[in-house]
Design a binder for this molecule. Sequence first.
Ligand code: AMP
Ligand code: MG
Length: 288
Amino acid sequence: VTATVTPDVDALRAALTVAPGTRVDVAAVDSHATPAFDGDKAAGKAALTSLNDELSALQERLYAQHRAGIANRALLLVLQGMDTSGKGGIVRHVVGAVDPQGVDITGFRAPTDEERANGFLWRIRRALPPEGHIGVFDRSHYEDVLVVRVDGLVPEEEWQARYDLINDFEAEVAAGGTVVVKVMLHISRDEQRARLAERLDRPDKHWKYNPGDIDARRRWDDYMAAYSDALSRCSTAAAPWYVVPADRKWYARLAVAALLTAALRDLDPQWPLADFDIEEERARLAAS
Ligand code: AMP
Ligand code: MG
């Protein structure tokens, strides 16, 4: 068996994109599949290691070019998915591969009274990554058209108006120089049952278990409908959505690493040129 070591990140990206203007039904997407990767788990893990090296080098250049004042770009990864879909694992195994100095991770929970009073995008704007950084949202403004819609937390007119508000907001973020990569980690209902059962069986996982997860699980079909609308209405050229099959954790991690690598390759960050005379500094060093 020949292991596929360097995966084709462009093929992965193409296979996972929700094409802007098209309708996606996430319930019909096979969560166990491994689109655009034909290796097994061992090959997938090897491929992740090689992508993580490239990702780390690209991130260092992104950070360096900002520090040198030659470009003001940033990258934002938005992670969405049902409970146990593996958002935390992406943060550890993919985002964890880059220098933590250049990464800002924000988890979004039910809003505080102050956040609620300021409009749903207020807390999101405040958490956007600064120039030169990679920002990661573990849940996001999409909760305001997901849990809020499924649980009827605001009247329908209010959440219906949010899709356009989100598109305008993300277009503005992209125009400001931030590349936006939005990922739905897509697991099956059966896979979620198995992962919740494991959380109940293992004392070291009890801290991750939340009885409220079962309430969301009971509304599975409503969530899939809400996800399908959010992804269909808010996948834009400026901020595309990707559906990543996530029943196999190794594939989901590889796919997200590929999406980040592809985005950073496009951004093509450059090492800053020295703003001092190298020969002169060599001479000064030799004489010191
Ligand atoms: P977790 O990410 O599993 O720790 O849980 C965070 C919880 O916060 C989830 O149940 C989300 O549905 C909830 N949450 C996040 N954003 C919002 C929001 N805008 N409105 C209501 N609930 C939210
Ligand atoms: Mg949870």
